[in-house]
Design a protein around this ligand. Structure first.
Ligand code: HEM
Length: 518
């Protein structure tokens, strides 16, 4: 029965070859449509958007389409497709809506930039993060963390709980300001106008990235909305400060006698800005400002989020914390970390690898197709907006054993440091392909130093009665109500003083320690 089989047998009787009929019906079937996710829009409200995207991934698979009124997005959670977009055919993709959202703060900075501007800036900036520079930064990471330790010492003495997320944010702001343009935000001790301005701009960038309507683009709104005026004022303050720093640095470079060479570094000012200016980087002040602003945000928010979620995970898994403290005690003792320790603190590194798996920063990567392409088996058009869900890749229950468990042991200590290449794009802590993070080594060392120094001195527990730790999204994953912790000084192994002519006894008869006969 049915029309098609009847038509087929009639055509066969007329002498049409069977192969040809097969071909006709199969090409009908292969006009493939990307699965369309249905009826999940209400679920998007009230929780971070990557959580419903995870549920949809389990239903619809590694690529599906999500439609909101006139807008539609492709959600990619398949490692092969992610590799295709990020690496193998990366030239066919741009940053798309990211550039639109971030334009007000990053302009044509390295993260949103595309095409020729991106290529030129990437080539100028990557050499600035050379080995000698990153090595010099270890001392800076340690000094900043030491200031945080002093602050926590105070809290531990007073028995006051501390909100760690904001402290981590200040730690990483202090680090990146000094590392980028030799500026002391000193935000762990002060709340100056510039620190507040940086936070105003950051929150605005995040709100814009999740806002349904771009109200900030409405001409009159910009001038009358108190909030938009505050953003404009904050941007002006930051821009003026950056322009001053650029001018100061230019004068330093002009006055110095050092010849520029490959691993050039000015000992007094090893900053990235100094490197760029000394390299004769031929660039407008506006572009330089955009790049500095981009790196200020990229390097600050991400590292703060990694530290926040790592300490949250550690508080939930005391056996991991014990192992971590053991490693740090034996490698560092009471020293500040050095570059040699970065290789020795292997378990510390695995803790960070695993924290970045469970809480990838940012949880999605954004792209737009600039030409037709084929993703998996599906042809796509030019102009498709795409979210690569790193969250889904990192939580995929078919790929990871016990995907939700914080288990640094899943990465063997003697194995390679996990990255997108050796994990075939199932693990993308720093992206992949030509647009991979330029600060991956910087950030990894920064996090190793901070974690090692903190767990060496303190124990951290979730504060009693603190609100549950829930997730909110902006560009990175934040907590909803902060990370309130009780910080206590670690008990050191008691140092037993050398006793003369005396026997200490426990349990009545077994000597614990005897003095050597003199
Ligand atoms: C790009 C993650 C720290 C500068 C990226 C990307 C990721 C990432 C996933 C790729 C974005 C994409 O493909 O759309 C992280 C994480 C960090 C971190 C998790 C901390 C743990 C830093 C630091 C800096 C930095 C410290 C600066 C010193 C950049 C820049 C790009 C980038 C400039 C854009 C590169 C390009 O498009 O060519 N980062 N990042 N990041 N990151 Fe990082």
């Amino acid at each position: 029965s049915g029309f098609l089989p009847q038509l087929k047998s009639a055509l066969l009787k007329l002498g049409v070859p069977e192969d040809f009929l097969e071909f006709l019906s199969s090409s009908r079937k292969e006009k493939l449509e990307i699965p369309q996710a249905q009826g999940a829009l209400s679920a998007l409200r009230g929780q971070p958007f990557f959580i419903p995207l995870y549920a949809l991934f389990l239903t619809y698979g590694g690529i599906f389409r999500l439609t909101f009124g006139p807008k539609s997005f492709l959600i990619v959670s398949d490692p092969e497709i992610a590799k295709h977009i990020l690496k193998d055919n990366s030239k066919a993709y741009s940053k798309g809506i990211l550039g639109e959202i971030l334009d007000f703060v990053m302009g044509k900075g390295l993260i949103p930039a595309d095409g020729e501007i991106w290529r030129v800036r990437r080539r100028a900036i990557v050499p600035a993060l050379h080995q000698k520079y990153v090595t010099a930064m270890i001392g800076l990471f340690a000094d900043a963390t030491d200031r945080l330790c002093k602050k926590l010492d105070g809290a531990a003495s007073d028995g006051e709980d501390v909100e760690m997320e904001s402290l981590f944010s200040r730690l990483t702001l202090d680090v990146i300001g000094k590392a980028l343009f030799n500026y002391e935000f000193d935000s762990l001790t002060n709340d100056t106008g510039i620190v507040e301005a940086v936070y105003t701009v950051l929150r605005e960038a995040e709100d814009r990235s999740i806002a349904p309507i771009p109200v900030w683009d409405i001409p009159v709104w910009k001038d009358i909305s108190p909030r938009q005026r505050k953003v404009t004022a904050a941007l002006k303050l930051i821009n003026d400060t950056l322009n001053d720093l650029i001018a100061i640095c230019k004068r330093m470079v002009e006055a110095e006698e050092l010849q520029f060479h490959e691993e050039y570094m000015n000992e007094q000012d090893p900053s990235i800005l100094h490197f760029l200016l000394a390299s004769g980087d031929d660039v407008s002040s506006k572009q330089l400002r955009d790049d500095l602003m981009t790196m200020l945000i990229a390097g600050h928010e991400t590292s703060a989020a990694v530290l926040t979620w790592t300490f949250y995970l550690l508080s939930k898994e005391p056996s991991v914390m014990a192992k971590l403290q053991n490693e740090v005690d034996s490698v560092l003792g009471d020293r500040f970390p050095t570059i040699e320790d970065m290789k020795k603190l292997k378990y510390t590194t695995r803790v960070i690898n695993e924290s970045l798996r469970l809480y990838p920063q940012p949880p999605v990567l954004i792209r737009r197709s600039m030409e037709e392409d084929v993703l998996g088996k599906y042809p796509i058009r030019r102009g498709e907006d795409i979210f690569i869900s790193v969250w889904n890749l990192h939580h995929c229950p078919n790929h990871w054993i016990d995907a939700e468990k914080f288990n640094p042991e899943r990465w063997p200590l003697d194995g390679p440091n996990p990255n997108e290449v050796n994990q075939n794009f199932s693990y993308l802590p720093f992206g992949g392909g030509p647009r991979k993070c330029v600060g991956d080594m910087f950030a990894t060392f920064e996090n190793i130093v901070a974690i090692a120094m903190l767990v060496r001195r303190f124990n951290f527990q979730l504060a009693l009665g603190a609100p549950p730790v829930e997730m909110t999204t902006g560009a990175t994953i934040h907590t909803t109500h902060g990370l309130k912790m009780t910080v206590t000084r670690r008990m050191r192994t008691p140092i037993i003083p050398k006793l003369e002519k005396e026997v200490l006894e426990v349990d009545g008869d077994r000597p614990l320690k005897t003095s050597s006969p003199t």
